[in-house]
Write a protein that binds this ligand. Sequence first.
Ligand code: PLP
Length: 384
Amino acid sequence: MIYLDNAATTPVIPKALEVAWSYLTTEFGNPSSTHELGLRAGTALEDARARCAKWLDVPGADIVFTSGGTEGDNLAITGLALANPRGKHIISVPTEHEAVLETLRFLERVHGFEITWLSVDREGMIDLHEFTSDLRPDTSLVTLMLANNEVGTIHPLPEIIQAAHAAGALVHTDAVQAAGWLDIRGGKNGTLLSGVDALTISGHKLGAPKGSGLTYIRGRYAVEPLLHGGGQEQGRRSGTENVAWALALATALEALPEPTAEAERMGTLRDEFISAVTSTIPHAALTGSPAHRHPAIASFTCAGLNGETLLLELEQRGVIVSSGSACAAGSDEPSHVLLACGIDADTAQTSVRFSFSHHTTAEELHLAAAAFAEAVAAVSSLSN
Ligand code: PLP
């Protein structure tokens, strides 16, 4: 099997599982307990926090452990929006993940926020001039993902952060797909996210268990919590902390390769894969931005073919991919991302997303491109 659906989820790495196992079994204490077992769990939790903070180059006190990307996006966006007295205007983009879209719709519906949705071009890219002119004195928050999970387009976060800060607005970014592939260190100058006010990471996209994750929110900002209770995580997220998952996340983050070199290495393999596909399969049209693109995501539409059958044909040839966001699974609606890019609904139904892991090889991509060509030929012959 060639698994090329890593943007949907990844296997847990053995080292992360090992550390989690011991904190689920022998070292199972509650970090709030005052006996020795609890104290050890508390120390381990803070160790995990310090290691994640070091990896992100931000203060440990600004990290909240969450149950993953969905919760992290909800916490950062709702938490900052409700606590920020500046105003009720938020700017975002219709190509965000549902975790962001639905949170914004909730703020609009229940709390009277006004959302400005930026337009995107055919490649899923925003227009910075439009963005700057949409900033208002009452804009409290801008939330724009760094790398899109379906088409891989990378937004110009440094320019967005600079313009938003100049106008007095905070910036949150969903960095769920970017983590491990792009330089998302928050504190360091010159990285993609230097100066960002909040960012979200999900563990299961990078070798930690499903249900692990973190959100970084700059310490000095007030945050309205989603979960009310015992006041854990500095009152930002109540509930007994998941020490095992926090340690697994720290371990998985530390095992990731250095992002700049990795983005270059995988970007080369991705481009070879894209050329192999587009030169042999006339049906396949690349989606997203060719120039500003996640190094491990290559997605195509195959107009005129049946997308679902295409995925099955690929699977029969041992290549596991998806049609786009697994997070909207079960729905046979065309992708909201492709529709926002101006792709018609019928063509959007034919999308195939290949997403690589740090271990994906050139040989696997060569085989996958050949399998894709065969699958397209098989589906075309069915539809003739
Ligand atoms: N944000 C993005 C960009 C994603 O791709 C996903 C999952 O696919 C999420 C958020 C949700 O993360 P989780 O599955 O950890 O809730």
